[in-house]
Design a protein around this ligand. Structure first.
Ligand code: CUA
Length: 329
């Protein structure tokens, strides 16, 4: 993890150097303009100070000066436009051999889908390979922002956005949502002993890790997204890992404690009462429905804030979660 710094983050992509040089060009140009304009103003304030008894005379016209202060800024603006547009086009047009990763935004999480069909909530990318992100949103405006790569693009509902990058450094960095996409109070206020903020979810929490690794590690990672990884001996063990990895644990406790969502303790066989007045005994089908279509039946006393995991969790993973939930007593 990098130290907090007041400078720009490290240049971790092939696009970063150009973006930074344009940024610093504008930065120093602004410093120069500021010092020049304020300096000249102060000089004139002193030099042309009003003197009692002396009447100011108009100085007349200076063609050369007027042409100069018109043409010079116009020239500067063209240079700035050229540099900015070049960088924008470079970040928009990806190399033809780019690997494609689909990015789906929703309140308030990211889902990444790899070419092999695997999904995860952290973005793994291979080192030194062009990666094109195809960005969409399931609800409202969000924005993909990876500062270390110097890339940012809106996630617009009903449209695809793309951007690309080529990572030049192994390691871990952050992806942020850069569009205010709201917040909601979740659960029942006062129920959570950890204070007010723990009852809120929203834009500020919509982040994801970006992990840049060598091609073999990347290949192994995306492969594990499709099947039970070797390190787990049973589906229940895998389910326990998925439970944390998909952040189910932020809303569902294992010890009976009330949270944003109902506890998973002794969930199977429990009789749940729903907001529409109906009730049922919890079984595989009900939990599966709650994962894929959470709004179908909302348990009484809870807010309808559970996101759907349709398209995120594969059939084997849902099964593993069911096996795991069975073991929580
Ligand atoms: Cu999503 Cu802000």
């Amino acid at each position: 993890m990098r130290e907090p710094t007041v400078q720009l983050p490290g240049q971790w992509s092939t696009l970063a150097a150009q973006t930074d040089s344009t940024f610093y060009f504008i930065y120093w140009l602004s410093v120069l303009m500021f010092v020049g304009i304020i300096g000249a103003m102060l000089y004139f304030v002193v030099k042309y100070k009003r003197v009692p008894g002396v009447k100011a005379e108009p100085t007349g016209h200076n063609n050369l000066l007027e042409i100069g202060w018109t043409v010079a800024p116009a020239f500067l603006l063209v240079v700035l436009f050229h540099r900015g547009f070049q960088g924008y086009i470079n970040s928009l047009v990806s190399p033809a051999d780019s690997m494609e990763v689909r990015v789906r935004a929703r309140k308030w999480a990211w889902d990444f889908e790899y070419p092999n069909g695997g999904h995860s909530n952290e973005l793994h990318v291979p080192l030194n390979r062009p990666v094109r992100l195809i960005i969409s949103s399931e609800d409202v405006l969000h924005a993909v922002f990876i500062p270390a790569f110097r890339v940012k693009r809106d996630a617009v509902p009903g449209a695809y956005g793309t951007l690309w990058f080529q990572a030049t450094q192994l390691g871990r960095t952050e992806l942020f949502c850069a569009e205010y996409c709201g917040a909601a109070e979740t659960g029942t206020p006062g129920e959570n002993p950890n204070g007010l903020l723990s009852n809120w979810a929203g834009h500020y929490s919509m982040m994801a890790q970006v992990i840049i690794e060598n091609q073999p590690e990347y290949d192994r990672y995306v492969e594990t997204l499709l099947r039970r990884p070797d390190r787990f001996h049973t589906d229940a063990e895998w389910g326990a890992d998925l439970f944390v990895r998909n952040q189910c644990n932020t809303c569902h406790s294992l010890n009976g404690a009330a949270s944003t969502g109902p506890t998973f303790q002794n969930l199977f066989g429990r009789v749940e009462h729903f907001q529409d007045g109906s009730s049922l005994t919890v079984d595989d089908n009900y939990i599966r429905e709650s994962i894929l279509t959470p709004m179908a039946r909302v348990v009484r006393g809870y807010n309808p804030v559970m996101p759907s995991f349709r398209g995120t969790l594969r059939e084997q993973q849902i099964n593993a979660l069911l096996q795991y939930i069975r073991t929580v007593h």
